[in-house]
Design a protein around this ligand. Structure first.
Ligand SMILES: *Cc1c(COP(=O)(O)O)cnc(C)c1O
Length: 428
């Protein structure tokens, strides 16, 4: 890898055309690959030589984008998936079996929480819940000899709490297990969890990486940092894989054992593959990621300051970039220049009814189930994703009825603020 800055990797990383080749990443829209001899193909199947054999497992377009993302995160390899959910699932399932457990942070994205607590439970894998307010002793007591990993989020969706890397990573490593971080909201521009000590990073590329709300996708990045052989805790990686004539991933692939197994075994078997055209679109998004995430963050900070000034209508504002926010210190410590992405949470005075009236009155900001794209959008969990809950149950879930999650886009900030201002006036 060249010693490029991240903004350069965003544009020129991954695909580097040779003489006379297309300047722009080509879409290799082919499910299969031609080889001259049956012997060559047999070697591919035995994982003896690298190469593409079938697009469910790998594809040149996808591989170039994977290289770009691995470079952006400071990892040794990456594997794109059909969605962020698939990335989160494979990242944990790659190193767990029935009877094992892992520790998750309480503030994870709702979809991840459901996957871990409900669906993976049915596979016999137990997720144990940690929270940032626990003492070290309480946190460590969640781990036992069957604990296989820890999973946290850099900027939690939607609470916007920031993961305390310096506090938790040494505790987890002290228990001999790897740290997996969902870095979706921060993006590799604002934070590199691997540089901060994490071992594996996952993303929903659906959010800022694509950035235009066009394709659902995910990615797993391997830091190549974890010693999978040390305690014999990861037989999937350090003992023969019968489905590949007894290959031992740690022996054959060294530092890349984890990501190689994720691809050759789990992607082969589960088929949660990203399509080449989707990888191409995500790559288009990645080219401007550096520019966009700065603008999202700048706009969001201005919007958060405006909301804070409306004490007549707004109960509370949460944005890690705000001076005085309870997460601000960690934002300055872990996020580049304290930039905190485009998501702002706030609570409207007057509860659920008022929040819905306010959202209905917005003209530029649209009501959608999405965050983190170029267009400003809003979501009120009480009337959508958490609609079935009573106000009392919402409170228990830590969601105020008037809670609004605003994903600030990259339109002109004056227009975004005017839209909010006019919506407040309209529903007074
Ligand atoms: C959206 C999201 C996911 C899930 O990703 P999909 O691409 O929707 O499957 C996971 N983690 C976070 C933080 C998200 O915001």
């Amino acid at each position: 890898m060249k010693n490029w800055d991240k903004d350069t990797i965003c544009i020129q990383g991954g695909y580097e055309p040779g003489n006379g080749e297309p300047r722009v990443l080509p879409i290799y829209q082919s499910t299969t690959y031609k080889y001259d001899s049956a012997e060559e193909l047999a070697k591919l199947f035995d994982l003896e030589t690298p190469g593409h054999m079938y697009t469910r497992i790998s594809n040149p377009t996808v591989e170039y984008v994977e290289r770009k993302i691995a470079d952006l995160e400071g990892g040794i390899g990456a594997m794109m998936t059909s969605s962020g959910q698939a990335a989160s699932f494979i990242s944990v399932f790659n190193i767990t079996s029935a009877g094992d457990n892992f520790v998750m942070m309480s503030n994870l994205y709702g979809g991840t929480t459901n996957l871990f607590l409900v669906t993976m439970k049915r596979m016999g894998i137990e997720a144990r819940i940690a929270n940032p307010d626990m003492t070290d002793e309480e946190f460590l007591s969640l781990f036992d000899e069957r604990t296989r990993c820890f999973f946290g989020e850099t900027i939690a969706n939607p609470s916007l709490e920031i993961f305390d890397f310096d506090r938790f990573i040494p505790l987890v490593h002290g228990k001999g297990v790897p740290v997996i971080i969902d870095n979706t909201f921060a993006t590799p521009i604002l934070c590199n969890p691997i540089v901060l000590g994490a071992d594996i990073v996952v993303h929903s590329t659906t959010k800022y990486m694509d950035g235009h709300a066009e394709v659902v996708g995910g990615v797993i990045v391997d830091g190549g940092t974890f010693d999978w052989e040390k305690d014999g805790k990861y037989p999937e990686l350090s003992e023969p894989d019968e489905s590949y004539h007894g290959v031992v991933y740690t022996k054959e692939f060294g530092k890349a054992a984890y990501i190689t197994k994720a691809r050759t075994q789990l992607m082969r078997d589960l088929g949660t593959t990203v399509q080449p055209i989707a990888a191409f679109l995500i790559n288009n998004g990645l080219e401007t990621l550096g520019l966009r995430i700065r603008k999202h963050s700048e706009n969001a900070l201005e919007v958060a300051k405006y909301l804070l000034s409306r004490t007549d209508l707004v109960e509370s504002v949460s944005y890690p970039g705000l001076v005085g926010d309870k997460e601000h210190e960690k934002a300055l410590k872990y996020l580049k220049d304290g930039l905190s992405s485009g998501v702002v949470s706030f609570s409207v005075k007057g509860g659920r009814e008022k929040a819905m009236a306010f959202m209905n009155a917005l003209k530029l900001a649209a009501i959608v189930i999405h965050v983190a794209d170029v267009r400003t959008c809003v979501l009120n969990p009480a009337s959508t994703t958490h609609r079935q809950l009573s106000d009392e149950m919402l409170e228990k879930a830590g969601i105020e009825p008037g809670f609004v999650r605003l994903s600030v886009g990259i339109e002109d900030k004056k227009d975004i603020i005017r839209d909010i201002d006019e919506a407040f006036e309209a529903c007074r």
